[in-house]
Design a protein around this ligand. Structure first.
Ligand code: MN
Length: 256
């Protein structure tokens, strides 16, 4: 078993270190992570500059490979340039904060896993609800439980998949039951926050994400609020299949 681990909070992030340590013994582990916090960069690839890779010096991240790019860059470079053999599994996280509902579209944590999935490798993204990693060690033990269950489940290796896992931020996160969920939905983000820069220019901070709007039974929001580990299988196809026929009718025959 060969496992590639990445994240979006950067190679020094406690969530990455905890996930790597929790997965020790499951297989050969390679870690390739961004040099800086790249949260919210989604599936961005660096196409207009070259990327550098260095090995993290002594410390908790020692031996991790570090890329001066995005989470997707890390997995892309690992799969196509750094690793002699293709991994059997890509893991991402553990993220500092939840990635539920619409978060998954912006998340670099999900994107790192998705990059593996796009290359045909099974992948799992892990996030811990609430910022600050208060119960990170419990979540890391929980992540190992999930990985072990996924590896032991029938059909592993038959086809790639992409799982999005969110842990409640609780000291018992490692023993909470898990449940498969669908993504909920958020309200639109809060407005930008305008400020004056020291040079008198108006600058804008992106506002906080909106609260959950669709958080009913069966959603990831609901599961985590109820104290369960949420596991959402994701797909990449954004096609609105249900409206294909309606759009064909609205637009009529092929344009001239
Ligand atoms: Mn992050």
């Amino acid at each position: 078993m060969r496992i590639l681990i990445a994240n979006d909070d950067g190679y020094l992030a406690p969530g990455l270190v905890a996930l790597v340590q929790a997965c020790r013994g499951l297989g050969d582990i390679d870690v390739v992570a961004p040099e800086q916090n790249a949260s919210g960069t989604s599936n961005s690839l660096s196409l207009h500059r070259p990327l550098s890779v260095f090995e993290a010096p002594a410390g908790a991240s020692q031996g991790f490979k570090v890329v001066n790019g995005t989470p997707s860059d890390c997995v892309h470079v690992a799969l196509t340039g750094l690793m002699a053999q293709r991994p059997d599994l890509v893991l991402s996280g553990i993220n500092n904060g939840q990635n539920m509902g619409d978060d998954t579209l912006y998340s670099g944590t999900v994107a790192a896993a998705m990059e593996g999935f796009l290359f045909g490798v099974p992948a799992i993204a892990f996030s811990l609800a609430d910022k600050g990693w208060a119960h990170l060690e419990a979540a890391a033990r929980g992540a190992r439980r999930v990985v072990e269950a996924v590896l032991a489940a029938p059909g592993f290796g038959a086809a790639p998949f992409l799982l999005n896992v969110n842990f409640p931020n609780r000291p018992d996160a490692d023993v909470l039951p898990w449940v498969t969920t669908r993504l909920g939905r958020r309200h639109a983000s809060e407005p930008v926050v305008a400020q004056k820069s020291p040079r008198g220019e108006t600058i804008y901070w992106i506002g906080p994400a909106g609260d959950a709007r669709e958080a009913g039974a069966g959603t990831d929001f609901h599961a985590v609020a109820e104290g369960r580990v949420s596991i959402t299988p994701l797909q990449v196809d954004l096609t609105d299949h249900a409206s294909l026929g309606a759009w064909s009718a609205r637009l009529g025959p092929a344009g001239r």
